[in-house]
Ligand binder design. Sequence first.
Ligand code: NIG
Ligand code: FE
Length: 405
Amino acid sequence: MPVLANIGLLATCAGPGGQGELHPVPRAAVAWEGETIGWAGPEADLPARWRAEERWDAGGRLVIPGLVDCHTHLCFGGWRADEFADRIRGVGYLEIARRGGGIASTVARTRELSEEALFARAAGFLEEMGKLGVTTVEAKSGYGLDRETELRLLRVHRRLHRETPMRVVSTYLGAHLVPPEHVGQREEYLRLVEELLPLVARERLADAADAYVDEGAFSVAEARRLLSRARALGLDLHLHADQHGDRGGAALAAELGARSADHLEFVSASGIAALAAAGTVAVSLPIAALYLATPPLPARSLVEAGVPVAVSTDFNPGTAPSYHLPLALTLACTVQRLTPAEALKGATQVAARALGLEAVCGSVEAGKSADLAVIDAATPDEWLYHLRPNACVLTVAGGRAAWRA
Ligand code: NIG
Ligand code: FE
C-alpha cells in the first residue's frame, strides 16, 4: 500500500465543472491499495492507516492522472517517410492516396507482419508512451482491412492490454478505407465489415467501432449503416469526422450517440450544436492538423458551446507519426487556444469519458485506478509552456511503477 507524498500540486482532474476545472490540491498525497486509489488529498490530512506505509517522494512536483491517449492507430507495418517530402512540396493527402500511397500502402506493409511482429512493435511504442506519463491508450485496427489481418490486429490489442502495464482499449476500424482488392466493389467490402462485426462483438475483440467519413473513404450513409449495426451489437462508437471538409460527420456522430467525434477541423456551427445536444466528446488531434497543415479545430467554439474537448495524438504512420501526447497538448494550447488546464483535462478526464472509462481512470480520486504521472514542473502552465523531450519522472500504472527517470 504505497503512498505518493510530497506532491507540490496535485491536479486531480476530477469530473465536475468545466473544461478548465482541475480541482487542484496543493501539498498533497495519494495512497493506493493494489490497483486502486484509496485516498487522495492534502498530505496533512493523510489518514492514520496510511501513515506508516512505504512512501514514494514526488519531490514537491506536479502530479497528474496517468494520461489517456483516446485516439491512436497503434498497430501498423512500416512507415511513410517517403511521402513526407511530397506532402511538403504540396502534393495533397488525397492525391497521395490516388498514387497508391497513404493508408493503402500501410495496409500492404501491415498484412506482411505476423501477430508476434505487430505485438513487438506496438509494445515498443507503448513503452515510450508510458515514459511520457501515458497509462491508457485507445488503439484502432484499420490497417488490415481483410478478415484475417483485422482480426490479427484486434487480437494484438487484447494481448497488449494483458501483457503490458498499459490499459489498451480496442476499436474496430474496418471502415477506414475500401481496400485495393475491393475498389469498384464497395458493396462487397461493406458486407465483409457487416459480417465481421458480430464476430468481433461476440469474441470481445473490440470495445468500440469507428468509421472514417470523407471523400475517398466512406459516405455518411455507409458509416450510418455500419455503425448502427455495431451499436446494435453493443459496441461503443467513435467517428473520424469532418477532417478534410464539412461532410456532416459531427451530426452523424451525434445522431448515433457516439462517445466521440474525432478530428472536426471543418466542423460546422450546426455540427457543434448537435454534439453539444448529444453530449458527444470532440477529440482534437493537433499533431495530424500540424502535419497536414489544416486549420485548427475550433476548440474555443466547441468549449463555449459546452462540448467537452479531448486532446489526443492520432498516432499513425501517415498524418501523425508521433505518439508524443504532451506535444499534442502544447499544440492544443498554442494553435487551438485551449489553456494548459483545459488541455490537461482533455487528455485525462475528458479523454477517459470519450472511451466510456470515466468511472475507471482519468482523475485522481478514491476508487479510480492508481494511474499517476509525476511531472517535473510546478504547474500545468509551466509543464506545457516549457516543452521538453520528457518532463515525466515517474509513471504509475495500476498501482505499479511503469517508468522512473
Ligand atoms: O486519423 N483520417 C484517417 N485516418 C488517419 C490517417 C491514417 C493514415 O494516413 O494512415 C487519421 O488521420
Ligand atoms: Fe485517426
